[in-house]
Design a binder for this molecule. Sequence first.
Ligand code: PHE
Length: 418
Amino acid sequence: MSVLTDKLADRESCSICPALRKTLSVPLRIFLSPSAKLSLTGQKLFHGISKIMQQKLYLCTVFLCTLYIYYILTMIDKINALLQEVEAMTAANAEELEALRIKYLSKKGAINELMADFRSVPAELKKEVGMKLNELKTKAQEKIATLKEAFESQDTGMDELDLTRTAYPIELGTRHPLTLVKNEIIDIFARMGFNIADGPEVEDDLHVYTKLNFAADHPARDMQDTFFVEVNPEDVTKNIILRSHTSSVQVRTMEHTQPPIRVICPGRVYRNEAISYRAHCFFHQVEGLYIDKGVSFTDLKQVLLLFAQEMFGSDTKIRLRPSYFPFTEPSAEMDISCNICGGKGCPFCKGTGWVEILGCGMVDPNVLEACGIDSKIYSGYAFGMGIERITNLKYQVKDLRMFSENDTRFLREFESAY
Ligand code: PHE
Protein backbone atom coordinates (compact mmCIF):
# COMPACT_ATOMS: atom_id res chain seq x y z
CA MET A 1 0.00 0.00 0.00
CA SER A 2 2.82 2.38 0.83
CA VAL A 3 4.21 2.03 -2.70
CA LEU A 4 0.87 3.15 -3.97
CA THR A 5 0.52 6.08 -1.60
CA ASP A 6 4.07 7.14 -2.51
CA LYS A 7 3.20 6.91 -6.15
CA LEU A 8 0.15 9.06 -5.51
CA ALA A 9 2.20 11.57 -3.57
CA ASP A 10 4.68 11.76 -6.45
CA ARG A 11 1.86 13.04 -8.62
CA GLU A 12 1.36 16.24 -6.64
CA SER A 13 1.85 18.26 -9.83
CA CYS A 14 -0.35 16.08 -12.06
CA SER A 15 -3.67 17.83 -12.66
CA ILE A 16 -5.73 14.66 -12.50
CA CYS A 17 -4.29 13.46 -9.21
CA PRO A 18 -6.53 15.29 -6.70
CA ALA A 19 -9.53 13.55 -8.24
CA LEU A 20 -7.68 10.22 -8.41
CA ARG A 21 -6.80 10.52 -4.73
CA LYS A 22 -10.41 11.37 -3.90
CA THR A 23 -11.70 8.32 -5.76
CA LEU A 24 -9.15 6.00 -4.26
CA SER A 25 -9.49 7.30 -0.72
CA VAL A 26 -12.80 5.45 -0.17
CA PRO A 27 -11.59 1.93 -1.09
CA LEU A 28 -8.25 2.62 0.58
CA ARG A 29 -9.92 3.51 3.88
CA ILE A 30 -12.08 0.42 3.64
CA PHE A 31 -9.03 -1.79 3.11
CA LEU A 32 -7.16 -0.24 5.97
CA SER A 33 -10.05 -0.65 8.41
CA PRO A 34 -12.44 -3.13 6.86
CA SER A 35 -15.03 -3.86 9.51
CA ALA A 36 -15.34 -0.21 10.60
CA LYS A 37 -16.32 1.12 7.21
CA LEU A 38 -18.54 -1.60 5.85
CA SER A 39 -22.28 -1.09 5.61
CA LEU A 40 -24.63 -2.77 8.07
CA THR A 41 -25.54 -5.65 5.77
CA GLY A 42 -21.91 -5.87 4.74
CA GLN A 43 -20.89 -6.07 8.40
CA LYS A 44 -23.39 -8.84 9.12
CA LEU A 45 -22.17 -10.81 6.17
CA PHE A 46 -18.57 -10.11 7.03
CA HIS A 47 -18.98 -11.30 10.64
CA GLY A 48 -20.95 -14.33 9.48
CA ILE A 49 -17.95 -15.89 7.78
CA SER A 50 -14.90 -17.45 9.39
CA LYS A 51 -11.86 -15.40 10.40
CA ILE A 52 -9.69 -17.14 7.76
CA MET A 53 -12.23 -16.50 5.05
CA GLN A 54 -12.43 -12.84 6.14
CA GLN A 55 -8.68 -12.51 5.78
CA LYS A 56 -8.69 -14.22 2.39
CA LEU A 57 -11.52 -12.04 1.14
CA TYR A 58 -9.75 -8.96 2.44
CA LEU A 59 -6.44 -9.87 0.77
CA CYS A 60 -8.17 -10.75 -2.45
CA THR A 61 -10.00 -7.37 -2.57
CA VAL A 62 -6.79 -5.51 -1.75
CA PHE A 63 -5.01 -7.38 -4.56
CA LEU A 64 -7.71 -6.65 -7.12
CA CYS A 65 -7.93 -3.00 -6.17
CA THR A 66 -4.13 -2.66 -6.29
CA LEU A 67 -4.18 -4.07 -9.79
CA TYR A 68 -6.96 -1.67 -10.78
CA ILE A 69 -5.18 1.36 -9.31
CA TYR A 70 -1.97 0.39 -11.10
CA TYR A 71 -3.93 0.05 -14.33
CA ILE A 72 -5.28 3.60 -14.05
CA LEU A 73 -1.88 4.97 -13.03
CA THR A 74 -0.25 3.24 -16.00
CA MET A 75 -2.81 4.85 -18.30
CA ILE A 76 -1.94 8.31 -16.95
CA ASP A 77 1.77 7.49 -17.32
CA LYS A 78 1.16 6.45 -20.92
CA ILE A 79 -0.70 9.69 -21.72
CA ASN A 80 2.08 11.79 -20.18
CA ALA A 81 4.79 9.82 -21.99
CA LEU A 82 2.97 10.20 -25.31
CA LEU A 83 2.52 13.93 -24.71
CA GLN A 84 6.29 14.26 -24.30
CA GLU A 85 6.91 12.14 -27.42
CA VAL A 86 4.50 14.24 -29.47
CA GLU A 87 6.10 17.49 -28.30
CA ALA A 88 9.55 16.24 -29.35
CA MET A 89 8.33 14.81 -32.69
CA THR A 90 10.31 15.62 -35.87
CA ALA A 91 10.22 14.18 -39.40
CA ALA A 92 12.82 14.46 -42.14
CA ASN A 93 10.43 13.85 -45.02
CA ALA A 94 6.79 13.21 -45.95
CA GLU A 95 7.18 9.40 -45.54
CA GLU A 96 8.44 9.77 -42.00
CA LEU A 97 5.60 12.16 -41.23
CA GLU A 98 3.04 9.66 -42.58
CA ALA A 99 4.60 6.94 -40.43
CA LEU A 100 4.21 9.21 -37.37
CA ARG A 101 0.59 9.92 -38.29
CA ILE A 102 -0.12 6.20 -38.51
CA LYS A 103 1.72 5.51 -35.23
CA TYR A 104 -0.25 8.11 -33.25
CA LEU A 105 -3.46 9.04 -35.07
CA SER A 106 -4.56 6.12 -37.24
CA LYS A 107 -7.44 3.79 -36.27
CA LYS A 108 -5.03 1.33 -34.66
CA GLY A 109 -2.66 4.08 -33.46
CA ALA A 110 -1.47 4.71 -29.90
CA ILE A 111 -4.06 7.40 -29.14
CA ASN A 112 -7.01 5.35 -30.33
CA GLU A 113 -5.77 2.44 -28.22
CA LEU A 114 -5.91 4.68 -25.15
CA MET A 115 -9.36 5.89 -26.22
CA ALA A 116 -10.50 2.25 -26.19
CA ASP A 117 -9.08 1.77 -22.64
CA PHE A 118 -10.90 4.93 -21.59
CA ARG A 119 -14.17 2.98 -21.36
CA SER A 120 -12.95 1.21 -18.21
CA VAL A 121 -11.91 4.41 -16.38
CA PRO A 122 -14.20 4.99 -13.35
CA ALA A 123 -16.86 7.69 -13.75
CA GLU A 124 -15.20 10.03 -11.20
CA LEU A 125 -12.02 10.13 -13.24
CA LYS A 126 -13.55 10.19 -16.71
CA LYS A 127 -13.61 14.00 -16.92
CA GLU A 128 -9.95 14.50 -16.02
CA VAL A 129 -8.56 11.53 -17.98
CA GLY A 130 -10.78 12.50 -20.92
CA MET A 131 -9.46 16.07 -20.91
CA LYS A 132 -5.89 14.81 -20.83
CA LEU A 133 -6.59 12.39 -23.69
CA ASN A 134 -8.19 15.15 -25.76
CA GLU A 135 -5.21 17.41 -25.08
CA LEU A 136 -2.94 14.63 -26.34
CA LYS A 137 -5.01 14.10 -29.49
CA THR A 138 -5.21 17.82 -30.32
CA LYS A 139 -1.46 18.27 -29.68
CA ALA A 140 -0.66 15.32 -31.98
CA GLN A 141 -2.96 16.66 -34.73
CA GLU A 142 -1.52 20.16 -34.43
CA LYS A 143 2.07 18.93 -34.44
CA ILE A 144 1.51 16.78 -37.53
CA ALA A 145 -0.26 19.64 -39.31
CA THR A 146 2.63 22.04 -38.46
CA LEU A 147 5.25 19.58 -39.73
CA LYS A 148 3.20 19.02 -42.89
CA GLU A 149 2.92 22.75 -43.51
CA ALA A 150 6.68 23.07 -43.08
CA PHE A 151 7.27 20.45 -45.85
CA GLU A 152 4.74 22.02 -48.15
CA SER A 153 6.18 25.53 -47.85
CA GLN A 154 9.70 24.22 -48.50
CA ASP A 155 11.50 25.13 -51.70
CA THR A 156 9.79 23.15 -54.47
CA GLY A 157 12.76 23.32 -56.79
CA MET A 158 10.87 25.63 -59.19
CA ASP A 159 13.99 27.81 -59.54
CA GLU A 160 15.80 24.93 -61.20
CA LEU A 161 13.05 24.36 -63.76
CA ASP A 162 14.67 24.49 -67.18
CA LEU A 163 12.13 26.27 -69.37
CA THR A 164 14.37 26.03 -72.42
CA ARG A 165 14.07 22.27 -72.54
CA THR A 166 12.25 21.03 -75.58
CA ALA A 167 8.84 19.46 -75.02
CA TYR A 168 9.34 16.93 -77.82
CA PRO A 169 8.97 14.07 -78.40
CA ILE A 170 5.63 13.95 -76.59
CA GLU A 171 5.19 10.44 -75.26
CA LEU A 172 1.90 8.70 -75.87
CA GLY A 173 -0.01 8.44 -72.61
CA THR A 174 -2.18 5.59 -71.34
CA ARG A 175 -5.74 5.53 -70.10
CA HIS A 176 -6.05 5.89 -66.33
CA PRO A 177 -7.18 2.62 -64.65
CA LEU A 178 -10.22 4.38 -63.18
CA THR A 179 -11.23 5.58 -66.65
CA LEU A 180 -10.82 2.06 -68.03
CA VAL A 181 -13.06 0.59 -65.34
CA LYS A 182 -15.58 3.46 -65.56
CA ASN A 183 -15.89 2.90 -69.32
CA GLU A 184 -16.42 -0.82 -68.77
CA ILE A 185 -19.18 -0.17 -66.21
CA ILE A 186 -20.84 2.34 -68.55
CA ASP A 187 -20.61 -0.13 -71.41
CA ILE A 188 -22.32 -2.91 -69.41
CA PHE A 189 -25.21 -0.67 -68.32
CA ALA A 190 -25.53 0.93 -71.77
CA ARG A 191 -26.18 -2.54 -73.17
CA MET A 192 -29.05 -2.84 -70.66
CA GLY A 193 -30.59 0.42 -71.90
CA PHE A 194 -29.22 2.97 -69.41
CA ASN A 195 -28.33 6.53 -70.55
CA ILE A 196 -25.60 8.67 -68.99
CA ALA A 197 -26.58 11.69 -66.87
CA ASP A 198 -24.16 14.37 -65.67
CA GLY A 199 -24.33 17.13 -63.04
CA PRO A 200 -22.23 19.64 -61.09
CA GLU A 201 -19.59 18.67 -58.49
CA VAL A 202 -20.22 21.90 -56.54
CA GLU A 203 -23.82 21.40 -55.45
CA ASP A 204 -26.41 22.73 -53.04
CA ASP A 205 -27.64 20.88 -49.97
CA LEU A 206 -31.08 20.49 -51.54
CA HIS A 207 -29.80 18.11 -54.25
CA VAL A 208 -27.21 16.25 -52.17
CA TYR A 209 -29.20 15.73 -48.95
CA THR A 210 -32.60 17.36 -48.48
CA LYS A 211 -34.47 16.05 -51.55
CA LEU A 212 -32.93 12.64 -50.85
CA ASN A 213 -34.83 12.46 -47.57
CA PHE A 214 -31.94 13.41 -45.21
CA ALA A 215 -33.54 15.39 -42.36
CA ALA A 216 -31.63 18.59 -41.48
CA ASP A 217 -30.30 17.12 -38.24
CA HIS A 218 -30.13 13.42 -39.19
CA PRO A 219 -26.87 11.60 -38.29
CA ALA A 220 -26.82 10.03 -41.81
CA ARG A 221 -25.43 13.41 -42.92
CA ASP A 222 -22.31 12.63 -40.84
CA MET A 223 -21.79 9.34 -42.70
CA GLN A 224 -21.43 11.43 -45.84
CA ASP A 225 -19.79 14.52 -44.36
CA THR A 226 -18.27 16.71 -47.07
CA PHE A 227 -16.58 20.07 -47.74
CA PHE A 228 -18.55 23.27 -47.38
CA VAL A 229 -18.11 26.07 -49.89
CA GLU A 230 -20.79 28.36 -48.42
CA VAL A 231 -22.64 27.86 -45.13
CA ASN A 232 -26.10 29.28 -44.56
CA PRO A 233 -26.96 29.00 -40.82
CA GLU A 234 -30.61 30.09 -41.32
CA ASP A 235 -31.39 27.53 -44.00
CA VAL A 236 -29.16 24.44 -44.41
CA THR A 237 -30.79 23.57 -47.74
CA LYS A 238 -29.00 26.61 -49.20
CA ASN A 239 -25.53 25.43 -48.13
CA ILE A 240 -23.16 25.11 -51.07
CA ILE A 241 -21.07 21.95 -50.80
CA LEU A 242 -18.96 19.49 -52.80
CA ARG A 243 -21.30 16.59 -53.66
CA SER A 244 -20.74 13.49 -51.50
CA HIS A 245 -22.42 11.16 -54.02
CA THR A 246 -23.74 11.33 -57.57
CA SER A 247 -27.29 10.69 -56.29
CA SER A 248 -27.57 14.48 -56.69
CA VAL A 249 -27.55 13.89 -60.46
CA GLN A 250 -30.41 11.42 -60.05
CA VAL A 251 -32.39 14.17 -58.26
CA ARG A 252 -31.66 16.64 -61.07
CA THR A 253 -32.74 14.05 -63.66
CA MET A 254 -36.03 13.33 -61.84
CA GLU A 255 -36.71 17.08 -61.52
CA HIS A 256 -36.76 17.63 -65.25
CA THR A 257 -37.80 14.22 -66.68
CA GLN A 258 -40.95 12.17 -66.16
CA PRO A 259 -40.61 8.33 -66.10
CA PRO A 260 -39.61 6.03 -67.61
CA ILE A 261 -36.14 7.07 -66.41
CA ARG A 262 -33.15 4.78 -66.82
CA VAL A 263 -29.83 6.55 -66.15
CA ILE A 264 -26.37 5.98 -64.75
CA CYS A 265 -24.44 8.85 -63.18
CA PRO A 266 -20.66 8.53 -63.26
CA GLY A 267 -18.54 11.21 -61.60
CA ARG A 268 -16.20 12.45 -58.91
CA VAL A 269 -17.46 12.84 -55.34
CA TYR A 270 -15.98 14.24 -52.13
CA ARG A 271 -16.04 13.20 -48.46
CA ASN A 272 -14.48 14.61 -45.32
CA GLU A 273 -12.28 11.56 -44.66
CA ALA A 274 -8.73 11.24 -43.38
CA ILE A 275 -6.55 10.09 -46.29
CA SER A 276 -5.20 6.56 -45.89
CA TYR A 277 -4.60 3.49 -48.07
CA ARG A 278 -8.34 2.70 -47.98
CA ALA A 279 -10.05 6.13 -47.84
CA HIS A 280 -9.60 9.42 -49.64
CA CYS A 281 -11.24 12.84 -49.55
CA PHE A 282 -12.34 12.34 -53.16
CA PHE A 283 -13.23 9.26 -55.19
CA HIS A 284 -15.38 8.25 -58.16
CA GLN A 285 -18.80 6.67 -58.38
CA VAL A 286 -21.26 5.24 -60.84
CA GLU A 287 -24.81 5.42 -59.54
CA GLY A 288 -27.89 4.09 -61.34
CA LEU A 289 -31.62 4.90 -61.31
CA TYR A 290 -34.56 3.18 -62.93
CA ILE A 291 -38.11 4.51 -62.51
CA ASP A 292 -41.20 3.24 -64.27
CA LYS A 293 -44.57 1.64 -63.55
CA GLY A 294 -44.33 -1.62 -61.61
CA VAL A 295 -40.54 -1.68 -61.02
CA SER A 296 -39.74 -4.13 -58.22
CA PHE A 297 -36.82 -5.39 -56.15
CA THR A 298 -36.58 -8.43 -58.46
CA ASP A 299 -35.68 -6.12 -61.37
CA LEU A 300 -32.94 -4.56 -59.27
CA LYS A 301 -31.53 -7.93 -58.27
CA GLN A 302 -31.48 -9.24 -61.82
CA VAL A 303 -29.76 -6.12 -63.22
CA LEU A 304 -27.11 -6.24 -60.49
CA LEU A 305 -26.49 -9.97 -61.01
CA LEU A 306 -25.99 -9.39 -64.73
CA PHE A 307 -23.64 -6.49 -64.02
CA ALA A 308 -21.56 -8.58 -61.56
CA GLN A 309 -21.27 -11.47 -64.00
CA GLU A 310 -20.28 -9.21 -66.90
CA MET A 311 -17.71 -7.39 -64.77
CA PHE A 312 -16.20 -10.24 -62.76
CA GLY A 313 -16.98 -13.39 -64.75
CA SER A 314 -20.02 -15.58 -65.38
CA ASP A 315 -19.42 -17.73 -62.24
CA THR A 316 -19.84 -14.71 -59.96
CA LYS A 317 -22.56 -14.99 -57.33
CA ILE A 318 -24.20 -12.11 -55.49
CA ARG A 319 -25.82 -11.72 -52.08
CA LEU A 320 -27.82 -8.80 -50.68
CA ARG A 321 -27.60 -7.80 -47.02
CA PRO A 322 -30.14 -5.40 -45.41
CA SER A 323 -28.74 -1.90 -44.92
CA TYR A 324 -29.82 1.70 -44.43
CA PHE A 325 -29.82 4.72 -46.75
CA PRO A 326 -32.25 7.62 -46.17
CA PHE A 327 -33.27 7.66 -49.86
CA THR A 328 -34.11 3.97 -50.37
CA GLU A 329 -36.52 1.64 -48.60
CA PRO A 330 -35.80 -1.25 -48.36
CA SER A 331 -32.04 -0.75 -48.68
CA ALA A 332 -29.32 -3.33 -49.17
CA GLU A 333 -25.59 -3.76 -49.55
CA MET A 334 -24.44 -6.12 -52.27
CA ASP A 335 -21.52 -8.56 -51.99
CA ILE A 336 -20.05 -10.64 -54.79
CA SER A 337 -18.36 -13.99 -54.33
CA CYS A 338 -14.63 -13.23 -53.91
CA ASN A 339 -13.14 -13.12 -57.41
CA ILE A 340 -9.70 -14.10 -56.09
CA CYS A 341 -10.50 -17.36 -54.29
CA GLY A 342 -13.82 -18.04 -56.03
CA GLY A 343 -15.67 -17.84 -52.71
CA LYS A 344 -13.59 -20.40 -50.79
CA GLY A 345 -12.12 -17.81 -48.42
CA CYS A 346 -8.73 -16.06 -48.65
CA PRO A 347 -6.92 -13.14 -46.95
CA PHE A 348 -8.42 -10.71 -49.51
CA CYS A 349 -12.01 -11.53 -48.49
CA LYS A 350 -10.91 -12.06 -44.85
CA GLY A 351 -11.87 -15.72 -45.12
CA THR A 352 -15.56 -14.97 -45.73
CA GLY A 353 -15.69 -15.75 -49.46
CA TRP A 354 -17.60 -12.48 -50.09
CA VAL A 355 -16.60 -8.90 -50.86
CA GLU A 356 -18.84 -5.84 -50.68
CA ILE A 357 -19.20 -3.79 -53.87
CA LEU A 358 -22.23 -1.51 -53.75
CA GLY A 359 -25.28 -0.04 -52.01
CA CYS A 360 -28.80 -0.23 -53.46
CA GLY A 361 -32.52 -0.22 -52.75
CA MET A 362 -36.00 0.84 -53.86
CA VAL A 363 -36.31 4.63 -54.17
CA ASP A 364 -38.17 5.99 -51.13
CA PRO A 365 -41.59 7.48 -52.15
CA ASN A 366 -40.61 10.69 -50.29
CA VAL A 367 -37.74 11.15 -52.77
CA LEU A 368 -40.02 10.62 -55.78
CA GLU A 369 -42.53 13.16 -54.42
CA ALA A 370 -39.78 15.70 -53.57
CA CYS A 371 -38.64 15.48 -57.20
CA GLY A 372 -42.12 15.86 -58.73
CA ILE A 373 -42.86 12.18 -59.54
CA ASP A 374 -46.15 10.61 -58.47
CA SER A 375 -45.18 7.78 -56.11
CA LYS A 376 -48.64 6.19 -56.43
CA ILE A 377 -48.08 5.58 -60.11
CA TYR A 378 -44.33 5.00 -60.28
CA SER A 379 -41.72 3.04 -58.37
CA GLY A 380 -38.02 2.56 -58.97
CA TYR A 381 -34.67 1.30 -57.80
CA ALA A 382 -31.28 2.95 -57.34
CA PHE A 383 -27.77 1.69 -56.77
CA GLY A 384 -24.33 3.23 -56.32
CA MET A 385 -20.78 1.90 -56.46
CA GLY A 386 -17.26 3.30 -56.00
CA ILE A 387 -15.12 2.96 -59.15
CA GLU A 388 -11.96 2.72 -56.99
CA ARG A 389 -13.51 -0.23 -55.15
CA ILE A 390 -14.34 -2.09 -58.38
CA THR A 391 -10.87 -1.34 -59.80
CA ASN A 392 -9.34 -2.61 -56.57
CA LEU A 393 -11.24 -5.88 -56.87
CA LYS A 394 -10.32 -6.29 -60.51
CA TYR A 395 -6.64 -5.37 -60.27
CA GLN A 396 -5.85 -5.69 -56.54
CA VAL A 397 -4.50 -2.18 -56.12
CA LYS A 398 -3.66 -2.22 -52.40
CA ASP A 399 -3.32 1.53 -51.84
CA LEU A 400 -6.08 3.89 -52.97
CA ARG A 401 -3.69 6.84 -52.99
CA MET A 402 -1.86 5.40 -55.99
CA PHE A 403 -4.77 6.40 -58.22
CA SER A 404 -4.06 10.10 -57.69
CA GLU A 405 -0.28 10.22 -57.32
CA ASN A 406 0.49 10.43 -61.03
CA ASP A 407 3.26 7.85 -60.84
CA THR A 408 3.65 6.85 -64.48
CA ARG A 409 5.28 3.51 -63.50
CA PHE A 410 1.97 2.53 -61.87
CA LEU A 411 -0.20 4.00 -64.63
CA ARG A 412 1.75 2.23 -67.39
CA GLU A 413 0.92 -1.13 -65.83
CA PHE A 414 -2.57 -0.73 -67.27
CA GLU A 415 -1.34 -0.05 -70.79
CA SER A 416 -2.44 -3.42 -72.10
CA ALA A 417 -5.47 -3.89 -69.83
CA TYR A 418 -7.95 -3.48 -72.69
N1 PHE B 1 -25.45 7.18 -52.60
C1 PHE B 1 -24.96 6.05 -51.85
C2 PHE B 1 -23.53 6.34 -51.38
O1 PHE B 1 -22.87 7.16 -51.96
C3 PHE B 1 -25.00 4.77 -52.65
C4 PHE B 1 -26.39 4.33 -53.00
C5 PHE B 1 -27.00 4.79 -54.15
C6 PHE B 1 -27.08 3.52 -52.14
C7 PHE B 1 -28.31 4.38 -54.46
C8 PHE B 1 -28.37 3.12 -52.42
C9 PHE B 1 -28.97 3.55 -53.59
O2 PHE B 1 -23.06 5.75 -50.43
